[in-house]
Design a protein around this ligand. Sequence first.
Ligand code: SF4
Length: 333
Amino acid sequence: MREPQWFVEDEKGWKCLLCPQNCSFESNSSSLGYCRVRGLQEGRPYLPGYGECVSLVVDPIEKKPLYHFLPGSSILSTGPAGCNLSCDFCQNWSISQNSSVPTRYVSPGDLADLSMAGNSRGIAYTYTEPTIWFEYIADSAPLVRERGGAVVMVSNGEINLDPLGKLIEITDAWNVDLKSWSDDFYKRHCGGNRETVLQSIKTLAGSSCHLEITFLIIPKENDDPAEWREMAKWISGECGADTVLHISRYFPRYKLRQQPTLIETLMNAREVFSEKLSHVYIGNVSIERSDTVCPSCGALCIERSQWKVSTDGMLNGKCASCGYSLNIVHEIG
Ligand code: SF4
């Protein structure tokens, strides 16, 4: 059985310090943490979610979404059956908030082998919240890298700084959700806090990992252009104007029943964010193309139509016409 990390014992019992939920467990009790993949069993920390995968599918990397990391490649994708947030609009609630979802155990070595089978270029820990799978990632990600694969994280960013630092050492690219500019939104809708997410994004931006950000726009909840402007200013200032931002369309799922985001709202948001950021894409919309255009000369560098990707206008991560650097990781290792 894998030794759990980030649990500390005091006079009252145990605490998990992996994420800002900082769950407490009474001595000699048996219970699960908020995320349901970590907890205490007969007074000892344990990891019931270790290696238990909810899904195992090879996806286009653009689906994560990552548009500037190994564009046009495919990646094995998996995740745990749980989450350390409880967003009432969760688009994947059937696997993140459901205690009876079926899982399949895959050992770290088998996962690493599968990650390099067929046309897969590595592993993406995604679908739910992968950081709560810390020990499984710590055991499997280095094996993926040993085989020459890439390690991708798709996360809500609600992780404490020390464990984040450890994960940064063994991963290559992250997409982090920034769900709102309002801390009140995080508290009311997600059971989380905005400051930790901002801290994670800032830390990743200053690390060796490639970073992209996703913002799901929900009508009446986080669609105020004044807040978008604040967010764009912060991203540009703390992470750089060439940080990739995905504006994603919301559909009614789980507890929130608002109508889907209007296409017009997404277009307006792209305009606002583009005042500060060079690479803003609209996602979750089938009619929308999301090409990469050179911010310097306007040449078409990457064409995307659904999951078909042509990188003919890019050379070594730069614009093939003028040589402008596009903040694209085109190869690893
Ligand atoms: S990782 Fe899970 S058990 Fe640990 S503090 Fe967060 S929610 Fe609680």
